[in-house]
Write a protein that binds this ligand. Structure first.
Ligand code: NAD
Length: 474
């Protein structure tokens, strides 16, 4: 499905009409950029680059710190806007806005760590290594965590002295644009940060095909990642790909089952299941499956679904029609073919206030066959399959059986079990007795079809810097 089709009848060649996924109401309208807008943004970013690159990294970091301060003063307004365009409940939107401010502050705090090396090398003289910005960078961002992922990409690029052109998803450009404005108000020189709203097929493809970029960072679906990878294959632009996942959560027989069930509910249904590292499969030791599943279903049934702007709502709608329709199709196909057992949810909720939005019930299914689509593709919505395993080895085998390798978690009271599972799971991040939360201090990224490269952590600046070695002889 093309992105324009998400809002069929609501977008034109010139504008993007952003609709509230809970109500269908118009939230805002922004110009739709295409190839020409991307080229103009890259030119402007190129012009702004020289002055910005010359500044001290600490000065650049300080501007991010001030940006965070401004964002924090506007948290409620930004959260309301994010809920309106993305659909997540207000408390989750607040978390994301504060998470974004936290990332800006983190990069402010580590901005002084960008430095080269100096080596006296006797007969060669003095050698030093300069770390230079790579130039104009590109960032392509999905709609599930638009503001947090924006910060993950923009902050290291800017602190390293680059300028950057950002392409948000066309269903969620508004909060990003507002935050970019706040960063300019904080002192970011004009042109250094450019946001071009537009569809993936036009603006996204144009940015991915721009040969002058110093680096491109893409987050999105694995299929789109392959298209982006092909595009940069023609230009030679270095790329980071943060792609889809099918995270397994392994519940061992000695786990705290109540904590694990709460972790599964939060890990799966946060953001209506639309998180790359959401718990997408629970693999539970057969000896505790019944008890675990009972608690899981009790907690799942207690989630209040509704318009995220309303008090007490625990889960909002999916962000767009194709996302909701995909979940309906996949779940219906699996269950109508009597592939599995529906334990909870399983459809669009009844009621007039659900009619205009892209709602789906929090759903738990079990007894799916190994080749079920629900187990082998990324399910980007509120459906959680429970799988039974005979042993830890069996659980790890099942966890590693998909083409994805983004995240995974193991729930146990035994440190040896935790260490064994952590070393054997094919995943870029492994949690023990938790799932989902990620501070900017740690590197994040996937293995296998979940991507290549890492964001955040101690290596965050690497893609955004190039080394120059200078050998000096007196
Ligand atoms: P998507 O791939 O459809 O879109 C992502 C971005 O790419 C959007 O801005 C879109 O406009 C753009 N795009 C679409 N086609 C393009 C093209 N041909 N060339 C260049 N850009 C193009 O993904 P989505 O549906 O917005 O997001 C959900 C996906 O993102 C899920 O698979 C999820 O797991 C993944 N994701 C991964 C991470 C991670 O860090 N690994 C984080 C969040 C989301």
């Amino acid at each position: 499905m093309r992105e324009e089709d998400m809002h069929a009848g609501d977008s034109s060649a010139e504008t993007i009409r952003v609709l509230n996924p809970a109500t269908g109401d118009l939230v805002g309208e922004v110009p739709a950029g295409g190839t020409a807008a991307v080229a103009a943004a890259v030119d402007a970013a190129e012009t702004a680059l020289a002055g910005w690159a010359k500044r001290d990294p600490r000065q650049r970091g300080k501007i991010l710190g001030e940006g965070a301060r401004i964002i924090r003063t506007q948290t409620d307004a930004l959260a309301a806007l994010l809920t309106a365009e993305q659909g997540k409940p207000l408390h989750e939107a607040r978390n994301e806005i504060l998470g974004c401010a936290n990332v800006l502050e983190y990069y402010h705090s580590v901005s002084g760590s960008i430095r080269g090396e100096c080596m006296p090398l006797s007969s060669y003289g003095l050698a030093y290594v300069l770390k230079e910005p790579v130039g104009v960078c590109g960032a392509i961002i999905p709609w599930n965590m638009p503001v947090l992922i924006f910060a993950w990409k923009v902050c290291p690029a800017l602190v390293a002295g680059n300028s950057i052109v950002v392409k948000p998803a066309s269903s969620t450009p508004l909060t990003t644009l507002r935050i970019a404005g706040m960063m300019e108000a904080a002192g970011l020189p004009q042109g250094v940060l450019q946001v071009v709203a537009g569809s993936g097929e036009t603006a996204g493809a144009a940015l991915a095909a721009t040969p002058s970029l110093g680096h491109l960072s893409f987050t999105g679906d694995t299929k789109t990642g392959v298209a982006v990878s092909r595009a940069v294959g023609h230009t030679g632009v270095p790329v980071t790909l943060e792609l889809g996942g099918s995270d397994a959560m392994i519940v061992c027989r000695d786990a705290d089952l109540h904590a694990a069930a709460a972790g599964a509910v939060a890990g799966r249904f946060y953001n209506c299941g639309q998180t790359c590292t959401a718990v997408k499969r629970v693999i539970v030791d057969a000896s505790v499956k019944e008890e675990f599943t009972r608690v899981l279903c009790e907690k799942t049934a207690g989630i209040v679904v509704g318009d995220g702007s309303r008090k007490g709502v625990g889960m909002g709608p999916l962000n767009n029609a194709p996302a909701r329709d995909g979940i309906c199709r996949m779940t219906d196909a699996c269950l109508s073919g009597s592939e599995g057992t529906l334990l909870c949810g399983g459809g669009v909720p009844d009621g007039a206030h659900y009619e205009k939005g892209f709602f789906y019930e929090p759903t738990v299914v079990a007894d799916l066959p190994d080749d079920s689509e629900l187990l082998n593709t990324e399910v980007f919505g509120p459906v959680l399959p429970v799988i039974s395993a005979d042993s830890l080895d069996d659980a790890i085998r099942i966890a590693n059986s998909t083409r994805y390798g983004l995240g995974a978690s193991v729930w146990t009271r035994d440190i040896k079990t935790a260490m064994t599972a952590s070393s054997q799971l094919d995943a870029g991040v492994v949690w023990v007795n938790q799932h989902l939360r990620l501070p900017p201090d740690v590197p994040f990224g996937g293995m296998k079809a979940s991507g290549t490269g890492r964001e955040n952590g101690s290596g965050a600046f690497e893609p955004y810097l190039r080394s120059k070695t200078v050998l000096v002889k007196a």
